[in-house]
Write a protein that binds this ligand. Structure first.
Ligand code: SF4
Ligand code: SF4
Length: 162
């Protein structure tokens, strides 16, 4: 079963729900702090029923931070020199982070497949972070991410039931 939420509707849905999420966090902070295992189980359940290939919104709209290790791995996979990989694909953003020169990501196919999936950046592997340790530390960041990612939206809705 796939998630029924269309990512295009997310910004409006988040606007509608964010006040409630913020209030829930304020009232239940201790409970959320102690609920990583439950939250990770929610993440797993929602991720399992979500088909990222029908979405691809993160790869179209968010620029992952690219580390030196990512450059090394990607350049090797593409049989390029690291300097050439950087020159072709990367720029330094206003926070001094290396990111893709342009988004959508240059490795995203029209079918939403990632051309470098096995070697994708660490930030791509970890997105959308709802299975992170100490999830409460990124609860507020997740409210922002919910405008992009249906998984995050659904996880925040489910957390209200813990
Ligand atoms: S490298 Fe792959 S997973 Fe990462 S943004 Fe690009 S297409 Fe998406
Ligand atoms: S991680 Fe979220 S935003 Fe990215 S493709 Fe999957 S459902 Fe869409």
């Amino acid at each position: 079963m796939h998630t029924k939420i269309d990512y295009k509707t997310l910004p409006d849905l988040v606007l509608k729900n964010q006040g409630e999420w913020i209030q829930f966090f304020k009232k239940n902070r201790k409970k959320i702090e102690a609920s990583d295992l439950k939250i990770h189980a929610i993440h797993q359940r929602i991720s399992d029923k979500t088909n990222c290939l029908e979405c691809g919104n993160c790869c179209r709209s968010l620029g992952p931070r690219i580390t030196d290790k990512d450059v090394e791995r990607l350049a090797k996979a593409l049989r390029m020199k690291a300097v050439d990989f950087i020159a072709n694909y990367l720029k330094v953003d206003e926070d001094e982070d290396m990111v893709f020169k342009s988004m959508p990501c240059p490795f995203l196919g029209t079918d939403n497949y990632c051309a470098v999936y096995e070697n994708r950046p660490k930030a791509c592997r970890e997105y959308p972070h709802t299975d992170r340790k100490k999830f409460y530390q990124i609860y507020n960041l997740s409210i922002q991410n919910a405008s992009t990612c249906p998984i995050v939206y659904e996880v925040l809705e489910e957390i209200k039931k813990i």
